[in-house]
Ligand binder design. Structure first.
Ligand SMILES: [Zn+2]
Length: 95
């Protein structure tokens, strides 16, 4: 659900989450309770929500704090590449 900003005349700005279909034009202030009119803001296009920014940040983070893993990734476990098919015994072997 999108965030909508409201501004109380006496207190501070606050935000509520509301479904787009039922956005109230005024919302009671959480501090004093007086109805606060809706404040129109720019669309919340956060740079941190883009996947490109997440990739850049995670790549930069590996330089200073590499991820701790319990096993080397990408390597096959021992014995995983061995076939049990008897027909494979007849295949030519490297010298
Ligand atoms: Zn208030």
């Amino acid at each position: 659900m999108p965030l909508y900003a409201y501004r109380c005349a006496d207190c501070a700005d606050f935000e509520i989450q509301a479904p787009m279909a039922s956005v109230p034009e005024a919302e009671p202030c959480p501090e004093c309770g007086t109805p606060a009119p809706r404040r129109f803001t720019a669309p919340n296009l956060s740079r941190s929500s883009s996947s490109a920014y997440k990739l850049i940040e995670s790549t930069a983070r590996t330089a200073s704090e590499p991820a701790v893993v319990s096993s080397p990734g990408g390597l096959r476990p021992a014995g995983a590449g061995i076939t049990r098919n008897p027909l494979h015994q007849k295949l030519p072997r490297p010298d």
